[in-house]
Design a protein around this ligand. Structure first.
Ligand code: OGA
Ligand code: MN
Length: 218
């Protein structure tokens, strides 16, 4: 099925306004039905169609520091690519958000990377920050959820923290919900889910290349 190319509509501009306002006031937002419903449904069909070998174990850290540590996280991931129409429609929406936020907040967002994530029943991702140590290039995190009919008893919540030990937000991974937050400010975790759980995690990065040190890595 051909996915349409998404141009910024009036609706999308209103969503970008809300995200920009929230980033200034609280630094994060969880929006139900942020993207057009059809895109969420096609992405759900897409992630559900991958065989086991379409994913690989998620790790922690980049390049030389990359390691798989199943005590920290045990989800499986698959990077999105513009070569697939459905994935491209999501990346295209995120490109509109990138330029929309740069226009509103002068954030200097430079690019975006994202992966599908599949949490098998019993899987989790312990409390962490998305901005890597020693590198400031991930500045804004997104998580988009793809689970129809999620119930509170299914677990798998996104728990957001700020300074304290108690979460400031507990978000259900219901299809269509988009979470956006400043990457270096909010530790967060995925609590254990009793059901298969799908999400798309992504990061807007700034270009911090200085001299011969290429950052983001190519
Ligand atoms: C991540 C992450 C949250 C989620 O991949 O860094 O925090 O709800 N994911 O899938
Ligand atoms: Mn994270």
């Amino acid at each position: 099925m051909e996915a349409e190319i998404l141009l910024p509509t009036q609706d999308a501009e209103r969503v970008f306004d809300r995200i920009a306002d929230a980033l200034v006031s609280t630094g994060y937002i969880a929006l139900p039905a942020a993207l057009p419903r059809g895109i969420a449904e096609l992405l759900f069909e897409r992630i559900a169609s991958f065989e086991d070998d379409g994913f690989h174990s998620a790790g922690v850290g980049r390049a030389n520091e990359f390691q798989v540590n199943p005590f920290i996280r045990n989800d499986e991931i698959r990077w999105l690519s513009i070569d697939n129409d459905v994935e491209a429609s999501y990346l295209n929406w995120m490109e509109q958000l990138r330029t929309g936020l740069n226009r509103r907040l002068f954030m200097g967002l430079f690019d975006y990377e994202s992966h599908f994530a599949r949490y098998a029943p019993g899987a989790f991702y312990k409390k962490h920050l998305d901005a890597f140590k020693g590198s400031t290039n991930r500045v804004l995190s997104t998580v988009f959820y793809l689970n129809p009919n999620w119930a509170v008893v299914d677990g798998g919540h996104l728990l957001m923290y700020e300074e304290g030990l108690e979460p400031i937000a507990k978000i259900s991974p219901l299809i269509g919900t988009l979470v956006v937050f400043l990457s270096d400010r909010f530790p967060h975790e995925v609590s254990t889910a009793s059901r298969l759980r799908y999400s798309i995690a992504g990061w807007f990065r700034v270009n911090t290349t200085l001299g011969a040190h290429i950052d983001p890595p190519q």
